[in-house]
Design a protein around this ligand. Structure first.
Ligand SMILES: [Zn+2]
Ligand SMILES: [Zn+2]
Length: 331
């Protein structure tokens, strides 16, 4: 894999894919290897990674944009609408900005784009016969409303002492550790909720809406059925039981909202002057969108490897996945 990839298609199936079989970039390696752990820390937390950007944004939004816990003590239209508007801008800005850059301005043509195709138009599969408008609709209605719902309820619980909170000055170590553990918690939650959504009964009714996006784009990330939004966002309920700071909650909101959008751009990385500047999607989840019954989790935790649902990108992986799917729908 070179650092300055061109846009010549790699195969008939894919315009681009990383080196195969896919490696395991998670922190879970047995026996633990201190050198590897240090490199993992450096890659994720000691440079300007997407995770660090999300944490900085969370701090800025807490101090300058979202209402305070003082205001959140009792429900009123003012501060709830304030949270909703900020989330509309946050989610709409991320998806709109990435869509504009990749699919309208064609900022890096097809460099590092997984699928050959563009987003679908004039196809009755979609509401409004248009993939982007359809995805935009689900994201900006149920998506933003439910993110806001979970967020304001959690803020209200924190403000009234019903959910445990911490102060940064008193618990600096837990504050930092909390930020590092949230993506791992989220990966655990996502794997199980997502596997549940693939039970044929639930899949047909709810999750198939997200899966119409075989060829994904930024607006696909949060394009889900409202029931899926509810299950997916229930990860935020961890703040109801585990002591956290409102910045943890905001970081978590960014990770689940704009984070899902970033991981569905259809591109692996954002290139600036031909250098990989920001990690976006993963081939791992792109494989899930094409072959369905594999890679239910993400690369944060090796659940799929442990439970035998991992597709490493090779032809053998595709065969195994097709057989699994066949078995599931045979009954
Ligand atoms: Zn997806
Ligand atoms: Zn799925």
């Amino acid at each position: 894999m070179t650092d300055t990839p061109d846009d010549t298609p790699i195969s008939k199936e894919w315009n681009y894919h990383p080196e195969l079989p896919l490696a395991d970039p998670s922190v879970f390696k047995w026996p633990p290897n201190p050198m590897y752990l240090m490199r993992w820390m450096g890659r994720n937390w000691l440079m300007l990674s997407e995770r660090v950007i999300m944490a900085i944004l969370a701090v800025a939004l807490w101090y300058f944009a979202y209402p305070s816990l003082e205001q959140a003590k009792s429900f009123s239209v003012g501060w709830v609408v304030q949270v909703w508007v900020i989330n509309l801008v946050l989610v709409g800005g991320t998806a709109g900005g990435l869509h504009w850059y990749f699919y309208m301005r064609r900022g890096q043509n097809k460099q590092l784009k997984f699928d050959h195709r563009d987003q679908a138009k004039k196809n009755r599969l979609w509401n409004f016969s248009d993939q982007v408008r359809d995805n935009l609709f689900w994201t900006m209605t149920s998506g933003v409303a439910q993110i806001t719902g979970f967020q304001v309820v959690t803020m209200w619980l924190m403000a009234n002492g019903y959910a445990p909170t911490i102060e940064i000055a008193q618990n600096p170590v837990w504050f930092i550790l909390g930020l590092m553990l949230l993506p791992i918690w989220s990966a655990f939650h996502f794997y199980w909720v997502h596997r549940l959504l693939h039970v044929p009964f639930l899949y047909r009714r709810f999750h198939s809406l997200h899966h119409r996006n075989v060829n994904i784009g930024p607006w696909s990330g949060l394009a889900m059925h409202p029931v899926e939004h509810l299950l997916y966002l229930s990860t935020l309920m961890i703040h109801w039981v585990v002591a956290s700071h409102p910045i943890h909650l905001i970081f978590h909101v960014i990770y689940e909202g704009p984070g899902a959008i970033m991981s569905h751009t259809g591109y692996e990385d954002l290139l600036i002057k031909d250098r990989r500047r920001l990690a976006l999607g993963t081939f791992y989840h792109q494989l899930h969108h094409r072959y369905y019954e594999c890679n239910y989790g993400n690369q944060e935790m090796p659940w799929d490897r442990w439970f035998g649902t991992f597709h490493d990108g090779t032809t053998e992986g595709t065969q195994a996945t097709k057989q699994r799917r066949f078995k599931m729908y045979q009954k």
